[in-house]
Design a protein around this ligand. Structure first.
Ligand code: HAM
Length: 429
């Protein structure tokens, strides 16, 4: 029989690597708490229409990368429905914001999420079909200050702090403004005109985009098209006064806070909902997939999916890519295997139950404990213990009846007799 394997583009995450994942998630939750963000968990699949309308039909994500299926009706009362595994979480968060009328509180909603996303992309290092994002959104009615450039700067400052505390060294923040919906419409017209004489020499995707959504031409990765793209007009020249003022205020606040950025006038991002501020944090150590996170403002997204006016800004970071970056940084300092405080070795199967009782005492006392098995020879117990634990506790008939246990410390080689009541304290030191 053919062996079954994890599906292409998906993978299993195993210890000890998962401890790094946990460390990153713990840091993120702690930083989010300091900035007063609360956690939101939305479903992993949604109505396909949410992404078509929210992210945009013309984007690569929606037009070719979604895992979509027709959910059959199971009863006469049900209708068939097209469902999709979420390729990103901003549309889902905004849907939840609308569905639960979160705007009616009049307050800004500051929400974060940690979870898997799904895109049918060509798998390679740092690019998977199931990948993880840590993201956050700040959204609310305009009266709550949701349009303020201070919100953009605060999110970017938080990201700088987050990456620093995760230990990611050497990141770059690339910043741009894609303007308001009106600015973008004007820029699209400018691009369409500029593309007319040159588009015949570009790839078929660009030829299609030049008609449907010229802005997407800037996403093109085909090397031969890059010299042409470099000659196209930049969006900064199509911004109106309000949009210009907005990005200037973001920059001013970032300068004041000491957050360093690079302006990238061609950064347009691969999702259609962005307005004004857009950004990416990149890292040189990642190769082709060098974006560790991306985000921006989406002032019209709520209305696009049938909600009230609710400007917002947010980001999502690729957890898989954060792990790759940290692993590359830490590979020199070969990390020692994680060690538990004690390994309990019962001497004979008749002592297994007593060993479980002892392990329970120690674990309740806050120690990490590995429990051996009385069917093992003592030599095998010592070998197993030496691999995983700092100390081994021998539990034989004598130890059980006298209440005095034998403990060996692997680092020093010393053997000590310890009364059972003092064992937890002894093992902690
Ligand atoms: P995005 O740029 O599509 O934005 O994805 C954000 C990050 O997710 C990327 O920078 C990358 O680190 C990671 N990522 C994306 N695709 C993959 C993949 N196939 N494998 C591994 N990692 C990947 C969004 O998703 C927006 N929702 C961000 C946002 C939130 N904008 C506003 N709010």
């Amino acid at each position: 029989m053919a062996t079954l394997k994890a599906v292409r583009g998906t993978r299993d995450l195993l210890p000890p690597e998962t401890s790094l994942w946990n460390r990153i998630e713990t840091t993120a939750r702690a930083v989010f708490a300091r900035y007063n963000f609360g956690e939101i968990r939305t479903p992993i699949f949604e109505d396909t229409g949410l992404f078509a309308r929210g992210v945009g039909e013309e984007t690569d994500i929606v037009s070719k990368e979604m895992f979509t299926w027709e959910d059959r009706a199971r009863a006469a009362s049900e209708k068939p429905q097209s469902l999709t595994l979420r390729p990103e979480n901003t549309a889902g968060v905004v849907r939840a914001y609308i569905e639960h009328k979160l705007g009616e509180s009049g307050q800004l909603q500051k929400l974060y999420y940690i979870g898997p996303q799904f895109r049918r992309e060509r798998p390679q290092k740092g690019r998977y079909r199931q990948f993880w994002q840590i993201g956050a959104e700040v959204i609310g009615p305009p009266s709550a200050g949701s349009e303020s450039p201070l919100r953009d700067a605060e999110v970017l400052e938080m990201l700088a702090t987050l990456l620093d505390e995760m230990g990611i060294a050497g990141w770059t923040l690339e910043l741009n403004s894609v303007g308001s919906a009106a600015d973008r419409a004007r820029y699209n017209d400018t691009l369409r005109t500029a593309l007319e004489p040159v588009v015949a020499r570009m790839c078929v995707d660009c030829q299609r985009r030049a008609v449907t959504n010229p802005l997407r031409v800037l996403d093109c990765k085909v090397p031969e098209d890059q010299p042409i793209i470099a000659t196209l007009p930049v969006i900064a020249d199509s911004l109106d006064e309000e949009s210009k003022k907005h990005i200037e205020a973001v920059k001013e606040a970032l300068d004041a806070a000491g957050v360093v950025y690079t302006l990238n006038p061609r950064l347009v991002r691969g999702l259609d909902y962005y307005t004004r501020t857009t950004f990416e944090f990149t890292h040189g150590g990642l190769g082709a997939q060098n974006a560790i996170l991306g985000g921006g403002r989406y002032d019209g997204l709520s209305e696009a999916i049938g909600g009230p006016k609710a400007p917002g800004i947010g980001f999502a970071m690729g957890l898989d890519r954060l792990v790759l970056t940290l692993q590359a940084q830490e590979s020199d300092q070969k990390s020692a295997p994680p060690q538990v405080d004690a390994y309990i070795a019962p001497l004979g199967e008749g002592l297994n139950a007593a060993a479980l009782k002892l392990a329970r005492e120690l674990r309740r006392g806050g120690l990490s404990v590995e429990l051996g098995d009385g069917s093992f020879r003592l030599k095998k117990s010592f070998e197993s213990a030496d691999r995983v634990a700092r100390k081994i506790v021998i539990l034989g008939e004598d130890e059980l009846s006298s209440g005095i246990l034998t403990v060996k410390d692997f680092a020093t080689g010393t053997q000590t007799k310890v009364p059972r009541v003092e064992l937890t304290e002894f093992l902690k030191n």
